[in-house]
Design a protein around this ligand. Structure first.
Ligand code: GDP
Length: 208
């Protein structure tokens, strides 16, 4: 995919303030510090575009980026940051749930987890909730450049087992440092978009 045109369109606190354009959405969710901004920047080949969302005041929003005028990337707030007070955690949870329950154009949610750590109960619960709620999703293991081949294999198996995923295709290894997994992730996004468009819009994402 070549992201010719990337625009930060809106930081919304709920769906009422989300852009109204009827474009398919790819959403990104994960614990704070998992490497979400880096992954988005890597996918879009833009240094710093997702950092926009990190400027004060924008951190706790649903951040919409329009890509090539054809789709939105929705950067959801990171969860589980220990320094965030429980009241704010609760607000973030509500915002994320509100988005996941209410968005009608979500083609795929990418749940990001750090490949170096076993998923926590909160991650397991979240994934179970996604499954129950029929949210189309895939799991991405980030920062795999930090692992040796054997460690990565273990990490994948552990994640699949703990999250109750079947088959290796369900977990995508990714590194924004090395670019490992970038092509595969665009492939998964492209499939989700063509599925969401009723299968007749496979050209939505052009691979390069
Ligand atoms: P976010 O809070 O989820 O948006 O995470 P960031 O993208 O800001 O990354 C958090 C930290 O992890 C930063 O110090 C990044 O440099 C580092 N990081 C992110 N992705 C990678 C990766 O693929 N490999 C390595 N080694 N470090 C990464």
């Amino acid at each position: 995919m070549k992201a010719h045109e990337v625009e930060f369109v809106a930081g919304a606190t709920n769906l009422d303030h989300a852009p109204k354009e009827p474009l398919p959405e790819i959403a990104f969710l994960g614990p704070s510090n998992v490497g979400k901004s880096s992954l988005i920047n890597c996918l879009l080949s833009r240094q710093g575009i997702a950092r926009v969302s990190k400027t004060p005041g924008r951190t706790q929003q649903l951040n919409y980026f329009r890509i090539n005028g054809r789709l939105f990337f929705v950067d959801l707030p990171g969860y589980g940051f220990a320094k965030v007070p429980p009241r704010v955690q609760q607000q973030l949870r509500k915002m994320i749930e509100g988005y996941l329950e209410g968005s009608t154009r979500l083609a795929l949610l990418l749940l990001l987890l750090d490949s170096r750590r076993p998923p926590l109960p909160r991650d397991v619960e979240l994934r179970a909730w996604l499954e129950e709620s029929d949210v189309p999703h895939a799991v991405v293991l980030t920062k795999v450049d930090k692992l040796k081949r054997g460690e990565l294999k273990k990490s994948r198996l552990r994640t699949e087992e703990l999250l109750g995923l079947s088959g290796h295709a369900s977990v995508l290894p990714f590194s924004s440092k090395s670019g490992v997994g970038k092509r595969e992730l665009w492939g998964v996004i492209g499939e989700a978009l063509s599925g969401a468009a009723g299968g007749d819009d496979a050209g939505l994402v052009e691979t390069s």
